[in-house]
Write a protein that binds this ligand. Structure first.
Ligand SMILES: Cc1cc2nc3c(=O)[nH]c(=O)nc-3n(C[C@H](O)[C@H](O)[C@H](O)COP(=O)(O)OP(=O)(O)OC[C@H]3O[C@@H](n4cnc5c(N)ncnc54)[C@H](O)[C@@H]3O)c2cc1C
Length: 383
């Protein structure tokens, strides 16, 4: 392990790794990533795989449009073709005129920004997912260019590319402290020794607040327990898109290539550090999933897990420079949509670090908006 680097990144999840990649791509040398466990072991390997541009505000739509472009090409770019976004769409089922009105507005905004979403009839929704119960569905919001990607392949592919680019990835290396002298970062203290660094990026997701608090930086990011499940294989290819129903406990579900259903519902606990799976979640998932697609009541759930959403009060991330400490940057608080946002968030952060500004709408994610009382519109959140 080097004892001096240019940029020290805390956290080997999708945000830390993707940002390291965007920095290395721009010619930044001497980057190191520190991960207290194994890479991906935080929220990234526990995510529901979903990638969507169907948000209700301009910044998230623009960021997600950019992310989808990048998710579509990153596999080829890093010479790891198995990493490929599957453009299988997101299908929001709408059960009331009020919901339809809101989604019409969202679709108009999405279309104005180049996202080809549209409102479709219940019958059209059933053509896309044949097993749907559409007896109470009024309409659906559908975007065929949304989809999903495999977080395991993303982490594996990126880490392989990073090693080739000379980035040091230190697993099982906990950062104990960010060292600061005269108002500027000096480096990090790890369990394996001290490392000098000009820049420190906090990409520690749920744990980001621990570093901020120690440094007296007040940015509201809290760990909440959310859970996911996977089932035994169902008819392969039957549920291609991510199907979402806010009426049914905020359920989201899709099918993996092997036929297993992956998804969850909007049942959260916290703030808490406890991510033990709960029976309440299991029962509610089973009940709500089988209302959306009745045949699912015959399918067995084979695994359930808990993980963190690092949530902010408006469910939007905090991406930016920390003013109190020279050289300290933060990219955390993705509130349940950090996997999908990672490519654009990483590009934005890499531009910010190397050029001092970004072409992407990073102002929206300004970490100081809470202090100023300028909360954003709540981002549409799954789970
Ligand atoms: C059930 C569930 C479903 C989800 N579904 C989706 C989805 O469909 N789509 C989507 O976009 N997002 C989804 N998410 C959210 C997504 O998983 C996260 O937003 C994303 O993984 C955040 O990435 P990250 O790199 O910031 O965090 P993490 O992957 O948590 O990485 C942070 C890393 O920092 C490390 N770390 C912490 N402290 C230290 C320290 N002191 N020293 C060194 N390392 C440290 C941790 O071990 C961890 O590996 C879901 C999350 C859950 C829990």
């Amino acid at each position: 392990m080097k004892n001096k680097v240019n940029i020290a990144i805390i956290g080997g999840g999708i945000i830390g790794l993707y940002t390291a990649y965007e920095l290395a791509k721009r010619g930044v040398e001497n980057i190191a990533v520190y991960e207290k466990n194994y890479i991906g072991s935080g929220s990234t390997f526990r995510c529901g795989t979903g990638i969507r541009q169907q948000f209700g505000d301009e910044a998230n739509i623009k960021m997600m449009k950019r992310s989808v472009e990048k998710w579509s090409t990153v596999g080829e770019e890093i010479n790891f073709p198995p990493l490929k976004m599957a453009k299988t769409g997101y299908l929001f089922l709408l059960y009331s005129e009020k919901e339809v009105e809101q989604y019409k507005k969202n679709v108009a905004l999405q279309n104005s920004l180049g996202v080809p979403s549209k409102i479709i009839t219940p019958e059209e929704a059933q053509e896309i997912v044949p097993g749907l119960d559409i007896s109470e569905v009024v309409a659906a919001s559908w975007n065929p260019t949304d989809g999903k990607a495999n977080p395991f392949l993303a982490v594996y592919g990126l880490s392989k590319a990073l090693k080739k680019m000379g980035v040091e990835i230190n697993e099982y290396t906990e950062v104990k402290e960010i060292k600061v002298k005269d108002g500027a970062v000096e480096g990090v203290k790890t369990e394996k020794g001290d490392v000098k660094a000009d820049i420190v990026l906090n990409a520690a997701n749920a744990w980001a607040k621990i570093f901020n608090e120690k440094l007296g930086v007040k940015i509201p990011i809290e760990p909440y327990k959310h859970q996911g499940i996977v089932t035994e294989p169902f008819k392969v290819g039957e549920i291609k898109p991510m199907v979402v129903s806010f009426k049914h406990g905020g359920a989201y579900l899709t099918q993996k290539p092997n036929g297993g259903i992956i998804g969850g519902i909007a049942l959260k606990y916290g703030p808490t550090w406890d991510i033990t799976p709960t029976y309440e979640f299991l029962r509610e998932v089973a009940k709500n999933f089988s209302k959306i697609i009745p045949a699912l009541k015959y399918i067995t759930i084979i695994r359930q897990w808990g993980g963190y959403y690092a949530e902010t009060p408006d469910h939007n991330a905090t991406i930016g420079k920390i003013n109190e400490i020279e050289g300290y940057y933060l990219s955390a608080g993705f509130s349940g949509h950090g996997f999908m946002l990672a490519p654009a968030a990483a590009e934005g952060m890499a531009e910010l670090i190397t050029k001092g500004s970004s072409s992407l709408p990073l102002d929206f994610y300004d970490p100081y908006r809470f202090e100023r009382g300028e909360l954003r519109e709540h981002a549409i959140q799954m789970g």
